[in-house]
Design a binder for this molecule. Sequence first.
Ligand code: ATP
Ligand code: MG
Length: 346
Amino acid sequence: MADGKVAGEFKEIKNMKRILTGDRPTSDSFHLGNYVGSLANRVKLQDEYDAFILIADLHALTTHFDKTEDLEKNIRGLMLGYLSVGLDPKKVTFVLQSKVPEVLELAYFLGTLTPRAVLERQPALKEKLDQGEQDTFALFQYPVLMAADILLPKANLVPVGKDQKAHVEFARDVAIKFNNLYGEVFPLPESLIGDVPTLPGTDGQGKMSKSLNNAIFLTDSAEEVEKKVMSMYTDPKRIHPTDPGTVEGNPVFVYLDAFGTDADKPQTTNYKLLYSKGQVGDIEVKKYLVKILNNFLDPIRQRRDKLEKEPELVDRILKEGTAKARTEAQKTLAEVKKAMKLDYFV
Ligand code: ATP
Ligand code: MG
């Protein structure tokens, strides 16, 4: 019986550990850094865990409050990105953050347990301010909202890039504080960092970012990838192809290691050797990288092309996931209020 089967499946899911992770809709596509930092782990773990994936539009507002007209398009773009890298909507719950307003209520409660000094010390804030972002209250309290994102679905594991690790630790600390004060409500979340903790940008900057104009996107065409790679930062000290070059930390080689298949490994190793001896030019290695990246991106592009023809399906997946997440959120919030003895006058 269909009903019985659904109930059975749900029961099974209930015993699974939960993942919460998300992305800011600050662009309509993911980049290679998002992939190796977090998306790849999500795809890998979707069978073992009950995964909630959050499109964090409220977090996007911290830096993009003046670009709200792009959000709807970006949200759809990220949905296409998830599905095209192989996240399966039968296994994963996709959630639109602003449509689960319970998260703001929980964030408020968590804020009452958060010393101001802890937020002042967060490294991500300094970085954003150095990048010229405005010093708003929303940006300041980013970790508190992110802790609420994680704790609301009672997540156990948070697959993120290294830049987000401190935020997950903050969520864990505030969960410990809450549990100690009001009673055990939240499991303690842990971060899971991807194979490449921080993928550098094409400009050699520490981190590839959607908002830094140094990203290769999963939606870039083969020609765009070629253009970006051919003008990529490599080893600034190397002027001639005969100069010995630095392999370590050179983004070209970092990308080769991250996106080459096992079959590519011997050739990559060979290029590293030649490069360090000054026996191969940047152009040849870059051409090789273009091929590797396009091989990696081709199946993703093909899946996206197909999905783009089914916008209603993609919207429905997000709406249904959000509705499910909201039900879960309301359950947690009721528990939170009971634990806090705020369940009066209801
Ligand atoms: P923005 O510049 O708007 O903050 P972003 O590129 O940092 O965008 P986010 O949506 O903030 O992307 O992050 C989504 C996920 O990708 C997070 O788990 C984050 O840690 C991870 N991530 C982002 N950039 C990188 C990177 N360069 N290397 C590894 N992981 C990354
Ligand atoms: Mg970011």
